[in-house]
Write a protein that binds this ligand. Structure first.
Ligand SMILES: [Zn+2]
Length: 122
């Protein structure tokens, strides 16, 4: 079996020039991968902060390279947040309507406490 030699006449696995080329190629690939991951992380941050329907739609419009399973998790969390805020707003308006109809009764105190709790979460 013939010994495989590199273009520099060395045994392929022993050539520092070829080894340096391989290392440079690997470094370039790792730097590109790192940049993609950095952009995916930035995408998670941008999407996490966009929590209104309009801003969410805008923030989620991005190149496929920056999408990830983690981004999908962030999207689901923000969707839950927007749904809960909408539910909170609806419940608050219902409670305010109830509170306006029950002056001075024990139900008034309950409604007032519930309104205060929902308002703190808005
Ligand atoms: Zn070589």
């Amino acid at each position: 079996m013939a010994i495989k030699r590199c273009p520099h006449g060395k045994i392929a696995s022993m050539c520092y020039i070829c080894g340096a080329d391989e290392a440079r190629t690997r470094l370039n690939k790792l730097e590109a991968d790192l940049e993609t991951l950095r952009m995916r992380l930035a995408a998670c941050s941008v999407v996490a902060l966009a929590n209104s329907p309009k801003s969410a739609a805008n923030a989620r419009n991005m190149h496929d390279n920056y999408k990830s399973a983690s981004l999908d998790d962030v999207i689901r969390a923000v969707d839950r947040e927007m749904k809960l805020r909408a539910d909170n707003k609806m419940l608050l308006s219902v409670l305010e309507e109830i509170a306006s109809d029950v002056d001075g009764s024990w139900q008034q105190g309950i409604a007032d406490r519930a309104i205060k709790g929902l308002s703190l979460n808005d």
